[in-house]
Structure formats: C-alpha cells, structure tokens
Design a protein around this ligand. Structure first.
Ligand code: PLP
Length: 351
C-alpha cells in the first residue's frame, strides 16, 4: 500500500477544543444555541428520515435565491461551506495547477486544494490583513483559483468593497475567486463588501456562506455557494447525490425565517464586541479590530500549559499556533457572564 503523496503531506485539521467543565468559545459557534424554529423543524422532519433527502435542496435553494435575489441555478447547497471548498477544488483544479492563498487563515482551502493534488501557494498577512497586492503577485499561468476570507478567520480583519473590487479587476478572468464570507453576517462597517453587487460584476467570483455561525447550525453542516450558473453547475457535478441531509435542509430553511433568533444573535455579538474590545484596550492587550463574532488578541505570558490553564478556569479559547500565529488567541464573544469571566482569567494569567 502506498498513501498518495498529496494526502501524506496534508496536516490534520486542528479543531477548537471541547474541554469538560469549560464553556467552549473556541470555534465561533453561536452562544445562544440554535434557532428554536430550526429545532422545531427538525422534530417535524424526523418522521421522514427513512427517505433520502432532496439531492438538489430545492426548497432551501428557492429560499436562498429569494434572499440573495439570484436565480436558483446560481446557488449550490453543500455539507457545510467546508464542502463548498472541496467541491470547487474537485471540479476546477488538479495536479500541476495551483491556488493562491494566505497562510494565516482558515485551513480548509489548503486542504481542499491539496486533496486534489494541486499546489497551494501562500503568502502572509500584512499587518494582520489580507495582502491583496501580494496575492496578485503570486498568481501565475497555472493558478486556477484564489481564496479570500473576509472577514478573516482568525484575525477578524476585513478588506473593503473598493479593495476587493480592485483586486477582482486585476485577477485574470479565468481564475476563480472564492470569497469566503462565513462571518460577513456580523460585519457592521459601511465599507464592508456588498458581495451581491460584486457577483453581478464578476462572473469568476464565488461567494461562500454558512449556517454554522449566525444561524447556530454548525452540528448539522449546511453551507452554500453563490455564483454564476455555469460555475455553480460545473461545481455541482462533483457533489455526492445526497450531501445535505433531510434534517439539515429543514433546519436551515426554518432558521432563515427566524428573524428573532438572528437579531438576538447580532445584538449580542455587537454589544459584546464593543464591551470586550474596550476591556482589552483598557488592559493594554493588543487585539485586531474585528468584523466577526470573535476577536484575536495577544497573550504575552510565560505560563506553561497556558491554554489548558485558561480552560481549567472555565473558558476554552483558541490557541492560534496552528494558524501560524503563536502567542495569539482567538475568542468567540459569549454572553456577558462568559466575557467577564475570561477577563478575570486574563487578569490572573497576565500577572
Ligand atoms: C472562515 C471559515 N469558513 C468556513 C468555515 C466552515 O463553515 P462550515 O461549518 O459551513 O463548514 C469556518 C468554520 O469555522 C470558517 O471559520
């Protein structure tokens, strides 16, 4: 037996840890839980789980096409946005080709590209943000795809509408630009990209979105891509027939209609972002300004087993070593009680 070289060289995904007794705020999940309407829809859908799901996620797609005001043929529903990246790579890139990306970002782009035997060419962030000019420089004639994460996981930083549009103007039109907007729902800056408008202008753009964050459905795995119908139908050829299960489709559909849960989540994130960021500033703790439901900050302390120590005191946060950012932490905004507790812990470990 010989494991394929591209598989053998892949690093395993490092998830946010679940630590018994600690509140898990290390994976950017929704601290309010799932939408109650989604939970009700799952209960109702249970009686039908002896049937295969609708392989085209027709009802959910119709609802998303209304939300985005795009034809249903311009939407691909998948088993989490993770699967969107895998399907894009499966359909559009292979050995001898490459994708352009960034080192200190979400790792699944690299995984998807390498899975299909292609190369991932990466540069570093510049001052904590995507270096768009640097990424243009590494595009060569074998580049098929470019990955952008906006806001970026794990820094929470973002590039503006103008910056992304300028970038798209300069990317060769046959290179697919994947704009991962997993956290865009939380962005509140006026110049944050209007990706719907960008989709109209750039046929090589694909936007990826997820139900795992704002909608609180991470455990069910639902994500989707929006793009021009040719790009979407080509990508869909790589899908397995029943990739999004019955319960996931029913829950996502119900969550889309749950304005109350969505608004409560957004209010919590905006309020706690302001509170927590102010508290970090007042303690002199470096952190990036964030447009996401998490914040990335520096932890300059020599404590051994730092992460376990913090979790042992009640809150699990994310160590960013695997993202190439040692000494940096990522924290998902929780309830005020959670956030106050983490600040107390930071005061203890930082002395
Ligand atoms: C930037 C980014 N994109 C995509 C995902 C994955 O989303 P999904 O749960 O839909 O696969 C995550 C999850 O943490 C993420 O941080």
């Amino acid at each position: 037996m010989k494991l394929k070289a591209n598989i053998a060289s892949m690093e395993a995904y490092v998830p946010g840890k679940t630590i018994p007794g600690a509140v898990k705020l290390s994976s950017n999940e929704n601290p309010l839980g799932p939408s109650p309407k989604a939970v009700k829809a799952i209960r109702e859908a249970l009686a039908g789980i002896h049937r295969y799901p609708d392989g085209a996620s027709t009802t959910l797609k119709t609802s998303l096409s209304r939300l985005w005001d795009v034809p249903a043929e311009g939407i691909l529903v998948a088993n989490g946005s993770d699967e969107v990246f895998t399907l894009l790579a499966a359909a559009w890139i292979g050995p001898g080709e490459n994708a352009a990306g960034t080192r200190e970002t979400f790792s699944q782009y690299r995984y998807a590209v390498r899975l299909f035997g292609a190369g991932m060419h990466e540069i570093s962030l510049k001052d904590g943000s995507y270096d768009l000019n640097g990424m243009l420089d590494i595009i060569d004639r074998d580049t098929r795809m470019v990955f952008l994460c906006n806001p970026n996981n794990p820094t929470g930083t973002y590039r503006t509408h103008r910056q992304i549009a300028d970038f798209l103007d300069r990317v060769p039109p046959d290179v697919i630009v994947v704009l991962d907007e997993a956290y865009a729902d939380f962005a509140d800056e006026a110049d944050f990209p209007d990706s719907r408008a960008l989709l109209n202008q750039y046929p090589n753009l694909v936007v990826a979105r997820t139900f795992s964050k704002l909608y609180g459905l991470a455990g069910l795995r639902v994500g989707y891509a929006i793009g021009n119908p040719e790009l979407i139908s080509g990508t869909d050829r790589a899908s397995m027939p029943f990739n999004v299960n019955n319960l996931a489709q029913a829950a996502a559909l119900a969550a889309l209609e749950d304005n109350e849960h969505r608004e409560a989540t957004l209010k919590l994130v905006q309020t706690e972002k302001a509170f927590f960021s102010t508290e970090l500033t007042s303690r002199g703790i470096f952190h990036y300004p964030t447009q996401a439901n998490f914040v990335c900050f520096r932890l300059d302390t020599e404590i051994a087993d730092l992460w376990e120590t913090i979790a042992g005191r009640g809150i699990a946060i994310r160590d960013l070593k695997s993202f190439g950012l040692p000494r940096m932490a990522r924290y998902t905004f929780g309830t005020r009680k959670n956030n106050r507790r983490l600040l107390e812990i930071l005061d203890e470990v930082n002395t």
